[in-house]
Structures are given as C-alpha cells and as structure tokens.
Design a protein around this ligand. Structure first.
Ligand SMILES: NC(=O)c1ccc[n+]([C@@H]2O[C@H](COP(=O)([O-])OP(=O)(O)OC[C@H]3O[C@@H](n4cnc5c(N)ncnc54)[C@H](OP(=O)(O)O)[C@@H]3O)[C@@H](O)[C@H]2O)c1
Length: 292
C-alpha cells in the first residue's frame, strides 16, 4: 500500500468530527501515515490533539483548530431534532476553508426494508424509520452544501471492543430467531481502510459521491452469535422466536428487526477495486476474539 502521505501530501490536516468508535479508529490510522489529525468529542480529553465540539451545548472549536485544515471526516449522527450537528453549526466556517475533501459517515438505514433483497447505491432510498428519514435529509444537506463531500453508507459497525463478544460478556445477548432475517455488517478497520484507499486513489478513480461500505456476507444474527460461542468454546443459549419476544424489545430494537436487507458492496469492491480486510463476520470476529 502506498503511504497516504506520499499520495495526498504531508501538508494535509485532518479534522475528525465525532471521535467515537469509527472516528478514533480512523484518526489512529491516519496518524500512522504522518498526517496531522485533530479530533472532536463532547467532553474534555487528556489528548492534546482533541478539542470540544458539542452542538447541543453550543460549544464550538476555536479558529486555531481550523487553520490549515484540508480534510474533514464527520462521524456525528443527526441531533434529536433531526439536524446535522456539523452543518447546522459549522457550515459557513467549513465553506470558508480550502477543503480538498469531506467525508460523511451515514447509514444504510436510508434504504429501508427490501425484504431481504440486495440494495445498492443506485436504488432509491426508502427510509421507514423517522431516524433514517432524518439521516437522508442530512445526506441531502451535505450534498447541497457546496462542500467536496463523499458519503459513506454503513451497516452495523463492529470491531475490537464493540462486538457480539462484549454483548455476551455483559450477559446481554438474546438469541432471536426470525425466519429469513439477515443483517449486513462492517468491521471498523474496513471503514478506515476503504476511505484511505479512496483518498489515495482519488485522482485515478472516478468520483462517486455515495458509497456503501459493507462486507461480502450479510447473514442472520444467530450465525454471528453461534460463531462467537464456538470461538469461546461454550454453548449458545436456546433461541427465542422473534414473535414471542417482540413486545419485550425496546422500540429501537424492534425497529432494527423490522428491516431486512442485503447491502451490496459491488461499487466499492468491484468497480473501485477496494479489497476488504475482513470479507465476512467470521474473519472479522476472529480479529475481535484475538484482541480481547
Ligand atoms: N454503530 C453502528 O452500528 C452504526 C451503523 C451505521 C451507521 N452509523 C453511523 O456512523 C457514524 C459513526 O458511528 P460510530 O458508531 O462510530 O459513532 P459513535 O461511536 O457513537 O460516535 C459518535 C460521535 O459523535 C459525537 N457526537 C454525538 N452527538 C454530538 C453532538 N450533538 N455534537 C457534537 N458531537 C456529537 C460523539 O461525541 P462523544 O465522543 O463526546 O460521545 C462521538 O464522538 C454515526 O453517524 C453513526 O450514527 C453507526
């Protein structure tokens, strides 16, 4: 892999807005390439490269943070009113910078329920949940912002420290059986690597504004849980039928089970040539298992 520094220059400065699970993985990785990277969170951190941005409390970064910024990755979801926290507070600031690239992490929830069919970027979004409609509105706002934005639609994100292993360890796992139900997933390292791959090859690949980042193998929740128990060498609890449990689930958990889709990665992996590190949940979960 050519170095990020050699392909996009060492003078670049990245701002990662919302340094949670995906944002911190991205920040850690591009720092290794020698890029200056500042990260935001809503509370003070010891890290001198971290700053506070909290749209709810109207706390904004100072001017110095923005000096010389060339690349921005926003990992912040819509706020409780459905607005994008970055665009609603910082759009004019961002427009005043000489930005080369802006990435926005979105969700495949915007596609809605395809009853298990494959769905790709050329399909019309059809959100069924309010939060997914809000997300689609935020995507539109990013596209119309005039910023050089690329949107990454993500399914369930997992990785070391946030996977079914943690759910099992906290004794919160529920083995739910719902016929023909599948979920798509992505390992956090593939989100980072795919974005870096696209940045490295920005000048040679055709620019696509919306790209799914998903692995090759959507599958049932039970397959994933069973695989974790196999790696742990213990017995999986008996499954419970979704219909029997439905009313005990939180509204948000219920809403996840009401949508069934297989997210295609053909644009990223075939057209654009990205090679996944973790092609399926088995490869990704082995990584999580080894790093526990
Ligand atoms: N988790 C999934 O499975 C999944 C699936 C598909 C798409 N997504 C979306 O992909 C993106 C990244 O996901 P993730 O799981 O890596 O996110 P995450 O760990 O939840 O991190 C979200 C970040 O946004 C910051 N944030 C939240 N509200 C904010 C506000 N009002 N003002 C300023 N900062 C705010 C948080 O600040 P603090 O660090 O202070 O908490 C945190 O750094 C999110 O938009 C998420 O909705 C997630």
């Amino acid at each position: 892999m050519k170095t990020l520094a050699s392909s996009i220059g060492t003078k670049n400065k990245f701002l990662i807005l919302g340094c949670g699970f995906s944002g911190s993985f991205f920040a850690k990785t591009i720092r290794k390439f020698g890029c200056v990277t500042l990260t935001s969170s809503r509370s003070e951190k010891k890290d001198p490269n971290s700053f506070i941005f909290d749209s709810d409390k109207n706390i904004y970064p100072n001017q110095k943070i923005f000096d010389g910024v060339t690349h921005i990755l926003s990992c912040i979801p819509p706020d409780r009113n459905g607005n994008d926290p970055v665009l609603s507070r910082l759009k004019n600031k961002l427009l005043s910078l000489s930005l080369e690239w802006v990435g926005y992490l979105s969700t495949t929830g915007v596609y809605g329920n395809t009853k298990g069919d494959w769905v790709s970027e050329i399909d019309q979004p059809n959100p069924c949940q309010k939060r997914s409609q809000n997300r689609l509105n935020c995507e539109k706002e990013w596209i119309e912002s005039g910023l050089p934005v690329q949107i990454f639609r993500l399914p369930g994100i997992y990785g070391p420290g946030r996977s079914t292993f943690e759910t099992i360890r906290k004794e919160k796992v529920r083995v739910i059986l719902k016929k023909d139900q599948v979920f798509s997933r992505i390992h956090v390292a593939d989100i980072t690597n795919a974005i870096i791959y696209l940045l490295q090859n920005k000048n040679t690949l055709k620019f696509h504004q919306i790209i799914n980042i998903a692995d090759d193998e959507p599958c049932s929740q039970i397959d994933v849980i069973q695989y974790c128990y196999n790696l742990l060498g213990s017995k999986m609890p008996n499954p419970i039928f979704f219909e029997d449990l439905k009313n005990e689930l939180s509204p948000i958990a219920q809403s996840f089970w009401m949508e069934n889709r297989r997210v295609s990665n053909k644009l990223l992996c075939e057209t654009l040539g990205y090679k996944l590190i973790y092609e399926n949940y088995k490869a990704g979960l082995k990584d999580c298992f080894w790093k526990m």
